[in-house]
Design a protein around this ligand. Structure first.
Ligand code: SF4
Length: 293
């Protein structure tokens, strides 16, 4: 699971694409710019941090022998993993700075426990032996585009079939939006296919917030389609990078955007563009038309 909370740093040209950042560009090109090029800091959120914590717990649980991977054991890992998270990301202490009695944090931890417990109704970790956990993957396409990401879990069956699993701490999307959720999984499947020459047999999204599991069995044509889509997306990103034309695309998701103060849609002014630009020309219309799928 990726976050974009790093502090402001020197601007660099985008060099690779991850599912999260591809999703940012599809949602709003200006948001992509703020996160990837300007690297504007973002406030940690309770929901995202809870997601990171739950992911860490589910990952660490597999350190235990299969028979000991129980819900109580998983829940007992929460306090230690929360301490560890705060040590590695001191900015997270901000989250509960206004909660001196610790009541809000206690509720937040209890919500994390519920998510961990729900996992046991969806999968049985005593019967799983993941081949990989939190696997960083990176592959370069023939065009030179680098794709990267972190896969929560990779299972390999005795037959050699590969299953890619991703945990989501939110609720499953309505069926008409499932394609957007699967985009990330197809992205990973493409990377695995390019790296290992094997098309994963199954993509599995585990929604701990609602207790749903969405699966999809990809075929080569799916992955080729995703590859074409990513190449088109990257072309649009390169064009915007070169011209400095990053258009805002307001949607209801703006409510979760940390950058309204510098967004023209909300009366703000973006910081000066930190990269050299060339005169805009054929850029017209190249942005803002892409959606997942
Ligand atoms: S507030 Fe909305 S339109 Fe503006 S940058 Fe954020 S997501 Fe884009």
């Amino acid at each position: 699971m990726e976050t974009s909370t790093e502090g402001a740093a020197a601007a660099v040209r985008p060099a690779s694409l991850s599912p999260s950042r591809a999703g940012d560009f599809m949602q709003c090109p200006l948001l992509y710019r703020f996160r990837v090029i300007d690297k504007l800091p973002e406030k940690p959120s309770e929901a995202a941090t809870r997601g990171t914590l739950v992911h860490a717990v589910l990952e660490r649980l597999f350190d235990a022998p299969a028979s000991e991977r129980t819900a109580p054991r998983a829940k007992s890992l929460i306090p230690g993993q929360w301490d560890r998270l705060r040590e590695t990301r001191p900015e997270l202490t901000e989250l509960f700075a206004d909660d001196p009695e610790g009541e809000r944090m206690a509720r937040w931890l209890s919500d994390a426990e519920k998510l961990v417990e729900r996992w046991f109704t969806l999968e049985d970790p005593t019967r799983l032996e993941p081949a990989e956990r939190e696997l960083f993957v990176q592959a370069e396409l023939a065009s030179g585009l680098k794709l990267r990401g972190i896969i929560d879990r990779v299972d390999v069956a005795p037959s050699g079939d590969v299953r890619i699993v991703d945990y989501k701490t939110g609720k499953a999307p309505r069926p008409e939006y499932a394609e957007g959720a699967l985009f990330q999984m197809k992205f990973y499947a493409l990377v695995v296919w390019r790296l290992k020459g094997v098309v994963p047999r199954r993509l599995q999204l585990v929604y701990l917030g609602s207790g749903d599991v969405i699966t999809y069995d990809p075929v080569v044509a799916d992955l080729e389609r995703v590859e074409r889509k990513l190449l088109a997306l990257w072309e649009a990103i390169e064009l915007a990078t070169a011209t400095g034309e990053w258009r805002p695309r307001p949607t209801k998701l703006c409510g979760w955007c940390d950058h309204q103060a510098v967004c023209p849609e909300f009366g703000g002014t973006p910081p000066p563009y930190p990269l050299p630009v060339r005169a805009p020309g054929s850029a017209e219309g190249a942005q803002g038309r892409m959606g997942p799928g």
